[in-house]
Design a protein around this ligand. Structure first.
Ligand code: NCD
Length: 321
């Protein structure tokens, strides 16, 4: 059976079959979420703790709603007011929470690799909600679901990922997922925002929007991650918009039915023109948010099933404490 993972730490560890399993289940949760009564009991009796060490609006809200709709008890740890501010290490915080017997831990952290480290210390399922510049697996999965529903498939598409690639965990997770599903990926951005060695991922690299967008089925824009920049990566936001901001003129180089995506939060007038973002015939940005809740429900449901099976096995063997 697909998706036997204990944690969801990155796309790196998933097979194409795992990805399809998540997307198929998420499709069913999209239907549920459109009903008036949006409740199942897949996580009934389970405890979910959300620990966000970095600001987040949509991802945290999305995980919280997902857990509640699955019937879990959901707790958002106010990290800003927590003992982390008093100097407690990440591991001590994790061990303290672990002693409260959560079943699912959703973690966002500014350092790449922090979530993997934490997963080694706890005995519940850990979901990576974004770690530094490393991975953001549920974002890539929700993007894949959005693309599959808009285009009817998630294979053999030309996907252009544009902008601040170097600082983006969204780009990294998407690159891994789209590659596993046999799509053609193009990365477009200024050389200062392109990570070294990116061609190893088997994608094409462009520094000109028109050339990179030519014939694309999907145009994925990224936010300029100013909080991760410590120097002058771009001459000015005005100049950046002129060269790399998505407007009608540049979008015209993509296929006439190309869809426009953005993970949010958007900097209108910096990486994307507001009228394109709001154009319901091209932009699927609101669909991405909708798919986010469904994908997170699917991931947590699958991890909870694995957790139950593991604990059942350990109970039989007498090793579950
Ligand atoms: C992304 C993130 O946090 O990595 N946003 C999100 O999850 N919705 C992208 C970003 O912050 O630009």
């Amino acid at each position: 059976m697909a998706f036997r993972a204990r944690h969801l730490l990155g796309i790196e560890h998933l097979t194409p079959e795992d990805i399809r399993t998540v997307l198929d289940l998420a499709d069913r949760y999209v239907d549920l979420n459109r009903r008036t009564v949006k409740r199942t009991d897949a996580l009934a009796g389970m405890t979910q703790i959300n620990m966000f060490f970095e600001n987040s609006t949509r991802t945290q809200a999305s995980f919280e709603l997902a857990g509640k709709r699955l019937g879990a008890d959901v707790m958002n740890m106010a990290v800003a007011q927590s003992s982390v501010k008093k100097g407690e290490t990440l591991i001590d915080t994790a061990l303290t929470l672990n002693a409260m017997h959560p079943d699912l831990l959703v973690v966002r952290h500014p350092n790449s690799g922090a979530v993997n480290l934490l997963a080694e210390k706890v005995n519940c399922a850990v979901l990576n909600a974004g770690d530094g510049k490393h991975e953001h697996p549920t974002q890539a999965l929700l993007d894949a679901l959005t693309i599959r529903r808009a285009k009817g498939r998630i294979q053999r598409l030309t996907v252009a990922i544009c902008g601040d690639i170097a600082h983006s965990r969204v780009a990294r997770s998407n690159l891994l997922l789209l590659g596993k599903m046999e799509n053609r990926v193009r990365l477009i951005g200024p050389p200062t925002l392109m990570p070294a060695g990116v061609a190893e991922f088997g994608c094409e690299v462009f520094d000109d929007m028109r050339a990179g967008l030519d014939g694309a089925d999907v145009v994925m824009m990224l936010r300029l991650q100013k909080e991760r920049m410590d120097g002058g990566f771009i001459p000015s936001e005005r100049e950046y918009f002129h060269r790399y901001g998505l407007d009608a003129e540049k979008l015209a180089f993509a296929k006439p039915d190309a869809i426009v995506m953005h993970p949010g939060p958007m900097n209108r007038g910096v990486e994307i023109d507001g009228t394109i973002a709001d154009d319901i015939n091209r932009s699927v940005i609101q669909e991405q948010v909708e798919m986010g809740v469904a994908v997170r429900m699917a991931c947590m449901d699958l991890l909870a099933q694995n957790l139950r099976a593991d604990r059942g096995r350990q109970a039989t063997e007498g090793t579950y404490v």
